[in-house]
Design a protein around this ligand. Structure first.
Ligand code: FES
Ligand code: FES
Length: 175
């Protein structure tokens, strides 16, 4: 029996430990967002998060996922900026590559909310439909929204310092 947490649910898999994680997700756990897009480990459509790292689930056996926290796109928060950015930039064509790209970008943006174009281009996922440029635009939009979401506290601190400084300065002028 192999156990790991999938999208917040602890699960046990009675499968050959050498089963690729992708097949356990799709055929046993009925999570079909992770896609089987190639037979040479090149497409990355099968990308999921394992302990926060983007991995190709076709290359990882469930034995190596034992005890891990596995997330597919269904496990991302509903208000994850990637979802709104995808919609706002009208990314999806056939949509086959979307879940893998979102998992890869989620891992990147978790550690780097200001990715360069080069860093985005270095993501190994591929979109045969040609949505790559729109995907990178959506990634930049999601990154901006992540930065904006963490900005209000800094603004408030700056305002509060300004108010305090002004008050002290006024007092000084009056003396
Ligand atoms: S299915 Fe293509 S890299 Fe995993
Ligand atoms: S593979 Fe069709 S939209 Fe990317």
């Amino acid at each position: 029996m192999t156990r790991f947490t999938l999208n917040g649910r602890p699960l046990a898999f009675d499968l050959d430990p050498q089963t690729p994680l992708l097949f356990a997700l799709r055929d046993a756990a009925n999570i079909t967002s992770a896609k089987y897009g190639c037979d040479d480990q090149s497409c990355h459509a099968c990308t999921v998060l394992v302990d926060g790292q983007a991995v190709r689930s076709c290359t990882l056996t469930i034995a190596r996922a034992e005890g891990a926290v596995v997330q597919t796109v269904e496990g991302l928060a509903p208000d994850d900026p990637l979802f709104s950015a995808w919609e706002d930039e009208q990314v999806s064509l056939c949509g086959f590559c979307d879940p893998g790209f979102m998992c890869a970008l989620s891992a990147l943006l978790a550690v780097n909310s200001a990715p360069t174009e080069e860093e985005l281009a270095a993501i190994p996922n591929r979109c045969p439909c040609g949505a790559g440029p729109r995907i990178r635009k959506a990634a930049q939009l999601a990154a901006r929204r992540i930065r904006q979401a963490s900005a209000p506290q800094a603004v408030q601190t700056a305002d509060s310092n300004l108010t305090e400084g002004f008050s002290l300065g006024s007092g000084g002028d009056g003396n």
